[in-house]
Design a protein around this ligand. Structure first.
Ligand SMILES: O=c1ccn([C@H]2C[C@H](O)[C@@H](CO)O2)c(=O)[nH]1
Ligand SMILES: [Zn+2]
Length: 132
């Protein structure tokens, strides 16, 4: 799948965000190795810390459906630079995605920052560390 269409999927996902507190919708689109796309949006809570970010929503949806091999994750929000994922998401992404997987951060202006999982959280523990 083209990067452009994956960005469009992330924008569609963003429309589903539940953000009564921050009013800051975020969308994510996760591409699996076999070409499926999982949408994710942020889902907030009156107890703020229970909020689930868009990236984690997409990853948890995929993983809970048995999809474990991913090739790219796009995140989009209305920011003045490509939206930076929070620390919790960086940790979860490092746990569930290969260290060389592509992360694409973007915004509604079309600014794009592409990086790898390793660059998103350098040196993080990865399940790849458990295998040869
Ligand atoms: O990469 C990001 C950054 C922020 N948020 C959410 C968390 C919260 O709902 C709102 C404001 O931080 O945006 C995400 O979902 N992903
Ligand atoms: Zn996050």
């Amino acid at each position: 799948m083209e990067l452009k269409s994956l960005v469009e999927e992330a924008k569609k996902a963003r429309e589903k965000a539940y953000v009564p507190y921050s009013k800051f919708p975020v969308g994510a689109a996760l591409l699996t190795a076999d070409g499926r796309v999982y949408h994710g949006c942020n889902i907030e809570n009156a107890a703020y810390s229970m909020t689930n970010c868009a990236e984690r929503t997409a990853l948890f949806k995929a993983y809970s459906e048995g999809d474990k091999k991913f090739t790219a994750l796009v995140v989009v929000a209305d920011t003045n630079r490509p939206v930076p994922p929070c620390g919790a998401c960086r940790q979860v992404i490092s746990e569930l995605c290969n260290s060389d997987m592509k992360i694409v951060l973007t915004n509604l202006n079309g600014d794009i920052k592409e990086l790898t999982v390793e660059e998103l959280l350098p040196g993080a523990f990865s399940p790849e560390d458990l295998h040869e």
